[in-house]
Structures are given as structure tokens and as C-alpha cells.
Design a protein around this ligand. Structure first.
Ligand code: FAD
Length: 394
């Protein structure tokens, strides 16, 4: 039977962190646990960035060190190697924020391709993630979502988006590397699903190389997961499903309210939890014809998954079932699952500091609750510091 205490082993959780790194992490999580300090800090950073003031050192020594793999691909690969000595692999995530220029989309596609080519055959990298908004203009995706007619220039623009993604998926499949396509705002999700399905039909013939993301905080996602598997079956390819709850709760709510349509998000957290767990069950019951990637920091969801795996006789090391948490968060889940032989990968963003700063500020914001994530992180870090003091570990 699964031990509900299995995430409390802080020795396994933080073995890859030195004492100094743990003290830094404690300081950081203590600071961002305060909503006032976080809000002020975010305003300060945004202000300094707008004025081009030199705050690189401050960000690099705090948020960047905790949540990012490095400023370059080389640094990210080294971080990946470091966590892989504890059986946890990495998902390379080139930190490009939404842009509007074709040159930026080409640059992002080039960076992702470079990551694929440089890491081919490296066991510490299991996936590369792709945000379609790093390859395409948001307004173009929105137009496609609402089925609005594209003029000739836009049709050509769309062909370029398709080509960028095709090149990425083609290279990844050639090197047996898997691609995760992130889910973003619901009002651009149709073309993202369309592109991803096209790639899955091309490259998932025998195994899942390409994964679509399913946000279970939306009402319609569970049925969409079921029809996606049916579509895969009817068209002779393997479905890759990345399951997440969803990250744009407030934005979705605000937009639905502003334009007067029904909020696509579930009415309660409990409804989201229910659908997330139901999606896990659906995927595990169909694991002979699909692959699943469970992206969550929720301990209950992870326990639910491993209990189901035990009940369904799915071996912990089955390569079709991956667990994942963000780098710098929930190490107590990642490293304890990996120690038991489960497949675990950390989302590892990397890139120039200015590019990844918005990502870092979102991590700070998300952790601003003593009752929530940062409280749990602090509790685990303090336990490990205490344990090391008692055993005189360095
Ligand atoms: C590896 C990984 C990859 C990810 N990739 C993506 C991605 O591609 N796209 C994306 O959108 N997100 C992504 N996320 C973020 C994810 O969607 C969640 O926002 C985040 O992980 C928190 O959810 P949880 O399951 O970890 O934890 P929990 O704390 O259990 O859940 C919090 C989540 O529950 C939902 N929720 C909270 N309150 C309510 C409410 N009142 N009503 C309905 N639902 C509610 C929200 O989705 C919220 O984020 C990813 C997360 C991870 C770990």
C-alpha cells in the first residue's frame, strides 16, 4: 500500500541542494510568503526594468537561482545533469515571453531546435516544451480560434508558424525526444489543439513523441480528453496527454465577465480537483494506447495516481507515465517519487535574465501565501536544515 508519508523525506527531497542553497531558499520563500513584500518587490523590479536600472545581480541571486536552470542552454544542461544524479530528468523550457515580431518567433524556434540538437541522446533531458505563443502572434491565434477569415499575408504567416513547429517536432522525433505543447489562454486554444493534433498524427505513430496539454479547470476538458483519445484511435496514432489544472484562472474569469460570456472555468476548486483526478484515471485505464504526463504540485493528486498505478499493475518506471513539477518547487514530491522508481521530470526554464524575469515574477506571485505553496516549501526546508544540523551534514 502507498505510504501517505512518502513525501515527508526531506533528505531525499533536498539531497541535490547544498546547505548554502537551502539557506538561500529559506530566505527567498520567507520573503515571498509576505504578500506586501512580494507586491512591493514586483513593482520595484518592473520599475527598475522599465528604467534599465542594474538589478540583474539582485534577481540572479534570488528568484533566478531558485527557479531557473541558467541563462544559457549550456548552464541549463549542467543543472539537468545535476538533478539527474538523483534520477530526476529535465524538461527544457526556453523562456521566451509573448512577442509580436517574426524575427522573435524565428529566434525562439531556433533556440528550441538548438536545444533538441544539443541534447539528443542525453538521458538527463526527457522533454522539450513549446509555447505556441513563442512561435506565433497572439492576435493571429485569436483570429484562427474564432474562425475569422485570414488575408493572404496572414495565411502565409500561419504557414510559417506551422513550419516552425513542424521543424521542431521533426527534429525531436528523429532524436527520440518528446515535445510538450503548453496550453495557454482558452481564446487561442483551438489553433493550438489543431496544430498539436496535426503533429501527433505525423509523429506519434508508434509512441507518443508529441503531447497536447489538457487544462482540467475548464468545464469541457474531460470530454475533450475522451474525444482526443477516440480521434487518436480512429486515425492510428498514440495520444500524448499532459494533464494540468490550469494557470490563467483570474485572467479567464475577468475576460468572460468583460465580454459577457460564460466563464469556461469550473465553479469551484473541488470541481477542478474532481476532473483532474478523473482525467488521471481515464489516462491510466487507457495506458496501453496513450501516454500521460501529470503536471501538478498537489500531493493528493500524486498519491491518487500512484495508488491507481498500483491497482492497475502499472510499474512505477513505465515510460508512458511521467510526473512533473516546476524546478525550485515541490522537490519533496519530485525526488521522493523518483527515489521510488517513478518517472519524474522537472520543468526547467532557461534563457537571458530579461526574458525569464516575467516567469520569475509569476512564480513569486503564485507562492505568495503562507497557507499555500510557500508555507509548505518553508516547512520542508526548515525540517531539512534541522535534520542536517542534527546529523552535521554539509
Ligand atoms: C510541470 C507543469 C507544467 C505546467 N504546464 C502548464 C500549461 O501548459 N498550461 C497551464 O495553463 N498551466 C500549466 N501549469 C500550471 C498548472 O496549470 C497549475 O496552475 C499549477 O500547477 C497549480 O496547480 P496544482 O495542480 O499544482 O495545485 P493545486 O494547488 O491543487 O491547484 C491550484 C489550481 O487549481 C485551480 N483552481 C484554484 N482555485 C479554483 C477555483 N476557485 N475554481 C476552479 N479551479 C480552481 C487552478 O487551476 C489553480 O492553478 C503547469 C504546472 C506544472 C507543474
Amino acid at each position: 500500500m502507498t505510504d501517505p508519508q512518502l513525501f515527508s523525506d526531506t533528505d531525499s527531497a533536498f539531497r541535490y541542494r547544498s546547505n548554502r542553497e537551502l539557506y538561500n531558499a529559506r530566505l527567498l520563500f520567507s520573503a515571498i510568503a509576505s504578500p506586501w513584500l512580494t507586491k512591493t518587490g514586483i513593482r520595484f523590479v518592473n520599475g527598475c526594468m522599465a528604467l534599465h536600472l542594474p538589478i540583474k545581480g539582485l534577481i540572479k541571486g534570488t528568484l533566478f537561482r531558485q527557479f531557473c536552470g541558467g541563462e544559457t542552454l549550456e548552464e541549463a544542461i549542467n543543472t539537468a545533469k545535476r538533478i539527474h544524479t538523483h534520477q530526476v530528468s529535465a524538461i527544457l523550457d526556453y523562456g521566451a515571453e509573448q512577442k509580436d515580431a517574426e524575427a522573435d518567433f524565428d529566434k525562439a524556434a531556433h533556440a528550441i531546435l538548438e536545444a533538441i540538437l544539443r541534447t539528443a541522446g542525453n538521458p538527463s533531458i526527457s522533454f522539450v516544451s513549446v509555447k505556441i505563443t513563442s512561435l506565433a502572434r497572439f492576435a493571429l491565434l485569436e483570429k484562427k480560434h474564432y474562425n475569422l477569415p485570414l488575408d493572404t499575408a496572414e495565411q502565409e504567416e500561419w504557414q510559417r508558424v506551422h513550419k516552425r513547429l513542424l521543424n521542431i517536432c521533426n527534429a525531436a522525433a528523429g532524436f527520440n525526444l518528446r515535445i510538450l505543447i503548453d496550453a495557454e489562454e482558452t481564446w487561442i486554444q483551438e489553433p493550438v489543439n489543431e496544430l498539436t493534433t496535426d503533429m501527433m498524427m505525423r509523429f506519434n505513430k508508434k509512441e507518443a513523441h508529441i503531447y497536447n496539454t489538457f487544462q482540467l479547470y475548464c468545464h469541457g476538458t474531460l470530454p475533450f480528453l475522451e474525444t482526443s483519445l477516440q480521434h487518436a484511435e480512429d486515425n492510428g496514432y498514440m495520444l500524448g496527454a499532459k494533464l494540468v489544472r490550469g494557470a490563467y484562472l483570474e485572467k479567464e474569469k475577468a475576460r468572460a465577465w468583460k465580454f459577457g460570456y460564460v466563464n469556461p472555468i469550473q465553479s469551484t476548486k473541488e470541481d477542478t480537483d474532481h476532473d483532474f483526478n478523473a482525467a488521471v484515471e481515464f489516462c491510466l485505464c487507457n495506458i496501453h494506447r496513450m501516454a500521460v504526463f501529470i503536471g501538478t504540485h498537489n500531493e493528493e493528486s500524486c498519491l491518487h495516481t500512484i495508488r491507481l498505478m498500483e491497482a492497475l499493475n502499472i510499474a512505477p518506471g513505465n515510460p508512458r507515465v511521467y510526473f512533473s513539477q516546476l524546478f525550485g518547487m515541490s522537490d519533496h514530491i519530485s525526488f521522493n517519487l523518483a527515489a521510488l522508481g517513478y518517472q519524474v521530470a522537472k520543468y526547467l526554464p532557461y534563457g537571458p535574465l530579461a526574458e525569464v524575469t516575467p516567469y520569475l515574477l509569476r512564480r513569486a506571485e503564485e507562492n505568495t501565501s503562507v497557507a499555500g505553496q510557500s508555507g509548505r516549501e518553508l516547512h520542508n526546508i526548515n525540517n531539512e536544515i534541522r535534520r542536517r544540523r542534527m546529523t552535521h551534514e554539509k
